[in-house]
Design a protein around this ligand. Sequence first.
Ligand code: NAD
Length: 416
Amino acid sequence: MSENNNVWQMTLERLDATMDLLNLTPGIRKYLRQPRKILEVAVTTKMDNGDIDIFTGYRIQHNTNRGPGKGGIRYHQDVTRDEIKALALLMTLKCTVVGIPFGGAKGGIAVDPKKLSLKELENMTRRYTFEIINNIGPETDILAPDVGTNSQVMAWIMDTYSIDKGHAVPGVVTGKPIELGGSLGREYATSLGCVYTILSTLKVKEIDTTNLSVVVQGYGNAGYHCARILYDMGFKIIAVSDSQGAILNKKGLDPYKVLSHKDRTKSVKGYKGAEDISAKKLLTLDCDILIPAALENQITEDNAADIKASIVAEAANAPTTPKGEEILVKNNVFVIPDTLCNAGGVTVSYFEWVQGNLSYFWSEREVKLKLRDIMDKAFYEVYKVAEDRKVDMRTAAGLLAVERVAQAIKLRGIYP
Ligand code: NAD
């Protein structure tokens, strides 16, 4: 029978497996399996044709024991309550793995943003913000960009929230434009963090970094910047893809030129310096490092055995299913799990929140140095648990995070 691809069920399955290795009470186990708050809202939106449309929106806080909820907002046609629950839980683990004082949250709207005009996108974003306004804020739950959203969307959310409060409240979102208190380096922080974890992996595995080839799935914020940063460091980017198609050039692609092509044509497909290949083939290409940077459920029991990369760096959230991972681990593929690999984004979001709260802004160099400190420390902590307990990196990251969150719950106690 084919693997159930409900990302919430898979996330719970992984959480359960991690909790089985820890000495937790049944009550704490229940607590961690249950999101703290689930909001589902009707996002009534004025459309350009004068009529209205209604989209379903969510904001879910999984856990807020270690600090305010923190997590992105996704605009995608396949958004569901279960997907957002899973991503909120992953945010709890992620913030804890890198040791930043936030809980886990996530939000989204089931909509294809490409089908909306700019004005409709703004109307929808403002109405969504209004619908969840009493449940978000710099001390309660802080929003950020994710698939289908960007710094402009964050600016609209900040403005709507600020109008309601009567003064500017930049801390309600991160990933803002620099002019509104955004942090230098936030735009590419997820990818830079991912690259730092790849560099640490190469170091512990004693792999020579010259001539390594890289394949990137997804050419949005996370995927493009991963390709660009690694290319600038001398890695060979041989293939990339987006939702429209995939391209390959075994001699190497120039990510900057691929981006210009995508900006012009809306896809990487048809890029002159490469051949078009199928999206399916991309994942199983002969390469050293595979970076899934698109959506969930990409590496599954159906294709995992054909993956030839020796390192899979999960820039995306939940791109590998549990059964897919079992096969990768059996084949000695080193998986850098999402909760560690893409935590650079939320780490610099944390820097943005700190800078905004202090009204004191750091240089790009300072941001990068602080990010590297946090990512390297987290990598080696997770790696040590993996080595000591003879488990894979995802289980190790989960063990670290669940133990820390469970400890925070115990220390705070249950009210009343
Ligand atoms: P984005 O919207 O900027 O880009 C998504 C990219 O994936 C687009 O190029 C899209 O065309 C492509 N895509 C969609 N479906 C695809 C498919 N089936 N095959 C190939 N490509 C496909 O989103 P993003 O912010 O880059 O997010 C990508 C992933 O990274 C998501 O899983 C997200 O949760 C994760 N992530 C992002 C951040 C961040 O700071 N942006 C932080 C942590 C994790």
